[in-house]
Design a protein around this ligand. Structure first.
Ligand SMILES: Nc1nc2c(ncn2[C@@H]2O[C@H](COP(=O)(O)OP(=O)(O)OP(=O)(O)O)[C@@H](O)[C@H]2O)c(=O)[nH]1
Length: 607
């Protein structure tokens, strides 16, 4: 920490920016996160003072090749589901015939996800003073947290709440980030922003804390531009104090195919992101001259220039950014900063659900890869601060799942749960299939049909979620090890991953979207959104570049792949010729909208 302080001071004086790892930060010090692990008495726990036997810990701490504990993984703690409920859902997935839902059902009102009368807040830090001992403060926090849970459960009958974070330590990190930040970047996935925007958090920040929230509508590349605009307007109408920014870290990418997924990982280029300048503009608006943000603006410009010159940024040319790793002791007896923009520095806090792309946003802002990126929810490293420039600091927070009334199947499709650890993936597959034209995209053959019946003109049999998984297993050749039967569990996992990655894309819509469709499809902001997505130019150039890259091997670090136990490398990588289109529903006719987003991936790409 001493070394870091020295660097921090130099940083301010000379604009010397360094990447710095704490030498002793292997978890052996008494105040490190590993100390928490030791305190917890279990090597693999990230501690929850509020743990009960009803908690399921998700994301087993992985061991790397040498079998060492990885301190950077933060585990989600969700309430265990009853065996009975899981079995019931499995049965339903085998029996219920899938029916396409109406477009109206894709429209989601935020008040249905977070009804105000259900007390769906988040746990607050209880008051404290310097007279209290550390132990008494911790006890008070635990009690307050238990009271919060009791209240929540008294207002919401069993089974009605979504999965949500039960690890008090994660909430403590949120408190700390809220305390030390001047402006909060609340990051959501544009495909379903209302699932990941807890109104209580917004009201707390803008009301009680009197701070600003910048809503980052991330992964804008996965959503048709009219829908991006419609969501932006909806959120602005519901939450008038928000600054709203659209963002993508995968700018100019065609809708991904299985092959493309690997390329995106290999070619992660953070300066390609669309949106950093808009975040800066929002912050300029908010700070209105109280912080000198010119160094940030220059950094963004330099990043853009170096990208144009080099095509690819190298570590040598790129600016490095100092990273300060906060220990858990930093979460304790600290006083909330009352003073905004202390020492002329703007502190931005990054908050969001798991998998919304927080790390990718941070990487894009920082300009080089300092945070590992993972598809596995809950992967963000523990509390870290990035000194972006002498006057701009970024604070990271682990992925947080707030309680809501969203249905669990949808929640899983929104990527909050490590798919490989799902007890029952089939009902989520059913939910997905009822909302996407899965048959035409996946080109499945019903398991009840014999090979010779394939092309016969018989009536299409009805499908259950189980049938879909079975047919997908058949198509991909997923077999169980013992009996060489179709591996439906693996198939279900694979389908869910396609959805989470946006390759079998389910986008929710704001209320009234269908009625106003034409309005959004002719909106004057469309060119702006398309430019952000990097789609204003034709995809041809990208395709050429893709071809050149064939056969290159991934440069993703080995450990990174090891850590992603959730990845289905072999499964997904097998069929490099396969791709899955942005689903086109019956009414997806872009009237008057000249660039057809849905044509970007044609259905026959699957063949
Ligand atoms: N298509 C698309 N995918 C993205 C974008 N940003 C992130 N992703 C993908 O989303 C997944 C999650 O990204 P992360 O940046 O690791 O998300 P996170 O919010 O930090 O996740 P946690 O560590 O779980 O909290 C990864 O597979 C990313 O490649 C984006 O702008 N567009």
């Amino acid at each position: 920490r001493h070394a870091l302080k020295v660097f921090s001071t130099k940083l301010k004086e000379n604009f010397l920016v360094l990447v710095c790892d704490l030498p002793g930060d292997t978890g052996s010090g008494p105040s490190s996160r590993n100390a928490s692990v030791e305190r917890g008495g279990e090597r693999q726990s990230d501690t929850s003072d509020s743990e009960t036997t009803d908690i399921r810990r998700i994301n087993q701490q992985p061991f790397n090749r040498e079998g060492r504990y990885d301190p950077n993984r933060f585990r989600l703690h969700f309430e265990k589901e009853g065996k009975e409920e899981v079995e019931k859902r499995k049965k339903l997935a085998r029996e219920k015939v899938l029916q396409q839902v109406s477009d109206k059902e894709l429209e989601v009102d935020i008040n249905d996800i977070y009804p105000s009368e259900k007390g769906l807040g988040f746990p607050r830090r209880p008051s404290w003073n310097y007279e209290m001992t550390r132990e008494s403060l911790l006890r008070k926090e635990e009690k307050s947290y238990r009271d919060y849970l009791d209240d929540l459960h008294s207002r919401n009958p069993p089974g009605s709440l979504s999965h949500f974070e039960h690890n008090l330590e994660t909430w403590r990190q949120l408190w700390r980030v809220l305390e030390m930040s001047d402006v909060i970047l609340l990051i959501v996935d544009i495909r379903h922003p209302v699932l990941q925007f807890p109104p209580d958090l917004y009201h707390y920040i803008t009301g009680e804390l009197q701070k600003h929230v910048v809503l980052v509508l991330n992964k804008a590349d996965l959503c048709p531009p009219p829908l991006v605009i419609a969501w932006k307007h909806y959120m602005a109408s519901q939450f008038p104090h928000l600054e709203i920014v659209c963002f993508t870290s995968h700018r100019g990418q065609p809708y991904s195919t299985v092959l493309q997924k690997k390329r995106m990982r290999r070619k992660a280029d953070w300066s390609q992101a669309g949106g950093p300048l808009d975040i800066l503009k929002s912050c300029q608006e908010i700070t209105s001259g109280r912080v000198d943000l010119s160094s940030w603006e220059q950094k963004i410009q330099r990043d853009a220039v170096s990208e144009r010159l080099d095509g690819e940024r190298t570590d040598e040319g790129a600016e490095s950014v100092l990273v300060e790793h906060q220990s858990d002791s930093a979460l304790e007896m600290s006083s909330p900063s009352q003073e905004l923009y202390k020492d002329g520095v703007l502190t931005l806090g990054c908050i969001g659900f798991p998998n919304v792309g927080k790390s990718s946003v941070i990487n894009s802002l920082v300009g080089r890869k300092v945070v590992s990126v993972s598809r596995t929810p809950g992967h963000t490293k523990y509390f870290q601060t990035y000194y972006l420039t002498p006057t701009v600091k970024l604070c990271d927070c682990p992925g947080l799942v707030f309680p809501s009334r969203v249905n669990k199947q949808l929640q899983i499709l929104a990527g909050i749960y490590p798919v490989s650890q799902l007890q029952e993936p089939y009902s989520s597959v059913g939910y997905l299939c009822e909302r996407t034209p899965f048959l035409s995209i996946l080109k499945l053959k019903h398991p009840s049909l014999q090979e010779n019946e394939r092309n016969q003109e018989s009536e299409e049999p009805s499908w259950t979620a189980w049938d879909v998984c079975e047919a997908w297993a058949e198509r991909r050749g997923y077999k169980t090890a013992k009996a060489a039967r179709n591996d439906v569990y693996r198939a279900a996992n694979s389908l869910l991953r396609l959805a989470i990655d946006g390759r079998l894309c389910l986008c929710l819509r704001p209320p009234g979207y269908s009625c106003l469709r034409e309005h959004w499809e002719n909106h004057p902001d469309l060119p702006e959104i398309m430019a952000l997505q990097g789609r204003a130019t034709e995809e041809e150039g990208t395709a050429e570049r893709d071809d050149e890259e064939d056969g290159e091997s991934s440069t993703e670090p080995e450990e990174e792949r090891d850590r992603d136990a959730d990845d289905d490398e072999d499964g997904d990588g097998d069929d490099e010729d396969e791709g899955f289109g942005h689903p086109r529903r019956s009414d997806d006719k872009p009237s008057g909208f000249t660039v057809n987003m849905y044509n970007v991936l044609r259905e026959n790409e699957c063949e």
